[in-house]
Structure formats: structure tokens, C-alpha cells
Design a protein around this ligand. Structure first.
Ligand SMILES: Cc1ncc(COP(=O)(O)O)c(C=O)c1O
Length: 462
């Protein structure tokens, strides 16, 4: 391949007259890649994809073991989603949601409320996960100013240790991954922070049976000390993704939600990473019967095709924003592309596919297979833990299995293993000392066999 062109022969739009080396040079010098050191940058350049496989500009194929940053559900170029987007293109690509709407977006909102925990009846659309969480936080803040018994002193958010909710200043404020967030601390607003409810790295002297109560006691103490100041608790339910796929002790989230009710604050569930079927249920909240006041979804909402996120709210929250124009109760927030119909068409098709392809029904066998195979690396000298919830798995690299001391992220051991997997046709993206394994939900058993065997062999080889 010398030149790359976009568009069919008879309708060529842009011809890219670069050879592959020029493309690499431009990619490393002009494109500023997220979370990447650009000095010496050398990333893949993907030319096309099909199903769970990516093909780069050199024609090499890679299994997409990271679901294109945890968002692809039904595979790339799924004919059903492709067609839904094409059909929508024939109608209109963008309609603002500032005073306007479109049937596709309206239907998506209705479908989401029908699917979600029963009392979430209203949907605010944004374009990315961070915005959906930021929206939830601003709604919670405004709620306390105009609810039937206003409590304007409720301005604080209580967040979990090692939380990740996105990279805007508001979401970095509630974030707690020091590697990502500490640098920006002078810009951030004050937040109450509890411990990271981690079922692998338990605090000294706490065993697995005591973990839930241990962590909840600390959250209770924080809530008692600030009972009239907390606007909302913000949390990733069940699994904290960017913390390193940290799985919470069972019952922790249900207990935290109970504390929210006891102390009268709102509960925001951030399901950007864990929602949309990733954990084996449509929403992670379902595992513990949670009823959040606000629920944030993104990533897989459009099957990982297009940027769209949503903040679902209860009627209790929505009602506090109703009133006459002069009362000024409207939610003062919006995004140019919120509710975009092309994204909505992709999202509706994504929801259809859950039914058509019985995605959740087929998951237990895939989850079980992944778990059995990945357990084979447990004895490896560098592996401290292999954990999994639904189709969200991770290998945690340690320097000492007893102390569970994480392998220092600066040494990039996880990156070295991922390089090895890449050479064998598997794309995984490291996260500090952790190797997340997050394949598309549509992965076949044969593909999961390829994925797990490449990991097993790759770990042996380094
Ligand atoms: C739990 C959680 N919340 C929010 C976000 C931010 O989403 P986005 O990158 O779309 O802004 C992420 C992204 O990984 C996430 O995992």
C-alpha cells in the first residue's frame, strides 16, 4: 500500500497522498494523543475494522481486546448499526436539542427509561462520559437550591478513593487516581473522599467477610460529619474501572446507597464503563438492586460507534426543575451535539441488537470460559490477581504476591506484556500495573480462545 484513499473510486472525496511512514510521522508530530507521551510516540494506525478485529495500515490484524477503549459491544461495522446510521443520514444528521427534537432521539430517550431501574424517567443527553457525570453533578447542586425544602448548604460531593469520572475539571475534582489527577489539584473544588472499596487489596487486619462493613463504616463517619453539606455521593457501582478494574466487596454499593437515603443526599451512579451490558446485566446497578437518583451512561451507548452519553434522572429530581420561566429553575447547561440523531440511531440499533442477538443471554458461557482460561496465569510470578466481573477482566501485576505491592507503573511491565500480545495479534491497553481485558460482548468462543491463549502464552514468553 503506498497511498491511502477515502471514498469509493467513482466518488472520491479526499485522497490521502501519504505513504505509511509519512502517516506515522504526522500522527506522532501533529496529532496529540490522549494519555500518551508524544516524545517517541509510536502507536498503531488503524485502516479498517470488521467484527472484533482491527486492521492497521500495514495490513496486520489485531483482536480488539480493549473494545476500542471499553466501548465496542457488538463488533465493528455491524451491518445493522451501519444501516441504522445510513437510514438516519437520509433524514437529517444533526438537530439541536435547545428547543428542538427529532423522533429518533425521542424514541431513544423513551427506550432508555424503559430499560433502566424503574424510577428513572428523564434523560439529558451529552456527548461523552465526563460531560454526563458533570451534568449529574450540576443537576444535584441545582436540585438542592430549588427542591421543595431547599438546602443550599448542600454543595459537597462525596467520592470514592481512586475514582475516575472523566477529565473535565469537575470530574477530575471528584476523581481520585493520583497519577492522573494530582497535578491539577490547584484547579479543583473540595471533595469529600472515602477509601477505595477494594476486595483484593484489603486493609491490614480486615478479611474478606469484614470488608463491606469496614468500608461502609468509614463512609458513614464521613456522612455523619458532613450530613447537611453533602449534595450527592458520586460512585462507579460494582467495579472501579480506571482505578485498575477494582471490584468492590459484595453489598458495598447497596450499603452506600442506603447511607445516602439515611443522610438525605442524592446518589449518582456513574455507569459509563460498567453500563450497557458490560457486567452481564444492562446496568451494573441491577446486581445490587440500586435505585440511583441519577445514572450516567456513555461509551457503549452507541455500541461504541459515535460519541453520545446520557444522564438519567428520577422524577423527584426532574420535578425540582419545573416552574414558570421567571422562576429561573431551568437547568442551565447544554451541549451543541446533545441528543444528536445519528448517535441516537446508532444507540437504538445497539439496543435492538441486545435483543436480536441475545447478547446478555449468551454472556454467562463467555464469561465462564474467560474466567477459567485466565485463571491459568494466576501462578505466574508477576501476577498478583486475576479478577473478572462480566466481560471486564484484569491481570494485576505485583512485585510480591504476599504484600500485593503493585509493580511500579513507571517500569511499564504491563506495557511490555501488551507489546508482546500485540506482536501476536492481540490489542490490549495497559493501565498502570494492570492489564485490562475487555473484549466486545459479541466475541465468539473461538475469539475468546484466541484472546486468552495469546495472554497465557505472552505472559510465559516475557
Ligand atoms: C467510570 C467512567 N466515568 C467517566 C468516564 C469518562 O468518559 P469519557 O472518556 O467518554 O469522557 C470514563 C472513561 O473511561 C469512565 O470509565
Amino acid at each position: 500500500m503506498s497511498d491511502l484513499s477515502i471514498g469509493s473510486n467513482d466518488q472520491k472525496r479526499t485522497t490521502i497522498h501519504y505513504d505509511r511512514d509519512q502517516l506515522r510521522e504526522l500522527d506522532a508530530s501533529v496529532v496529540w494523543h490522549a494519555f500518551s507521551q508524544m516524545s517517541g510516540y509510536d502507536g498503531l494506525i488503524i485502516d479498517s475494522a470488521q467484527g472484533c478485529w482491527l486492521t492497521d495500515i500495514d495490513g496486520r490484524r489485531f483482536f480488539d481486546g480493549a473494545s476500542s477503549m471499553w466501548c465496542n459491544l457488538h463488533g465493528h461495522r455491524h451491518p445493522y448499526i451501519d444501516q441504522a446510521i445510513r437510514d438516519q443520514l437520509e433524514k437529517v444528521s444533526h438537530v439541536t436539542n435547545l428547543g428542538m427534537s427529532h423522533p429518533t432521539t425521542i424514541e431513544l430517550a423513551r427506550r432508555l427509561t424503559a430499560l433502566s431501574p424503574t424510577h428513572l424517567k428523564h434523560v439529558f443527553f451529552s456527548s461523552d462520559g465526563a460531560s454526563a457525570v458533570e451534568v449529574a453533578m450540576k443537576i444535584a447542586f441545582q436540585f438542592w437550591r430549588q427542591c421543595p425544602n431547599p438546602e443550599p448548604k448542600r454543595t459537597l460531593f462525596l467520592a470514592l478513593g481512586s475514582a475516575y469520572h472523566g477529565d473535565t475539571i469537575g470530574t477530575v475534582s471528584v476523581g481520585g487516581v493520583s497519577r492522573f489527577h494530582d497535578l491539577f489539584s490547584p484547579l479543583l473544588f473540595p471533595v469529600l473522599r472515602g477509601p477505595c472499596p477494594d476486595s483484593y487489596r484489603l486493609p491490614d487486619g480486615v478479611d474478606a467477610t469484614e470488608a463491606t462493613d469496614f468500608y461502609l463504616a468509614q463512609y458513614r463517619a464521613l456522612m455523619e460529619a458532613h450530613s447537611s453539606e453533602i449534595a450527592a455521593v458520586v460512585a462507579e457501582p460494582i467495579i472501579q474501572g480506571a482505578a485498575g478494574v477494582v471490584i468492590q466487596p459484595p453489598g458495598f454499593m447497596a450499603g452506600l446507597e442506603k447511607l445516602c437515603r439515611e443522610f438525605g443526599c442524592l446518589f449518582i451512579a456513574d455507569e459509563i464503563a460498567v453500563g450497557m451490558g458490560r457486567t452481564g446485566k444492562m446496568f451494573a446497578c441491577e446486581h445490587e438492586g440500586l435505585q440511583p437518583d441519577l445514572l450516567c451512561i456513555g461509551k457503549g451507548l452507541t455500541g461504541g460507534y459515535l460519541p453520545m452519553s446520557a444522564t438519567l434522572t428520577s422524577s423527584k429530581v426532574w420535578d425540582a426543575f419545573l416552574g414558570s420561566y421567571e422562576q429561573g429553575r431551568s437547568f442551565q447547561h447544554g451541549h451543541t451535539f446533545g441528543g444528536n440523531p445519528l448517535c441516537a440511531a446508532a444507540a437504538l440499533a445497539t439496543l435492538d441488537l441486545f435483543q436480536k442477538e441475545q447478547t446478555l443471554e449468551k454472556m454467562p458461557a463467555k464469561v465462564g470460559y474467560m474466567r477459567d482460561r485466565l485463571n491459568e496465569v494466576r501462578e505466574h510470578a508477576d501476577v498478583g490477581d486475576v479478577r473478572q466481573f462480566g466481560m471486564l477482566a484484569a491481570i494485576d501485576l505485583v512485585t510480591d504476591k504476599e504484600t500485593k505491592q503493585p509493580h511500579p507503573w513507571q517500569e511499564q511491565l504491563a506495557g511490555k506484556y501488551c507489546k508482546r500480545f500485540l506482536d501476536k495479534g492481540l490489542w490490549l491497553r495497559p493501565l498502570g500495573n494492570v492489564i485490562p481485558i475487555i473484549p466486545p460482548l459479541s466475541s465468539s468462543m473461538e475469539e475468546l480462545q484466541f484472546l486468552t491463549e495469546t495472554v497465557i502464552e505472552g505472559l510465559k514468553a516475557v
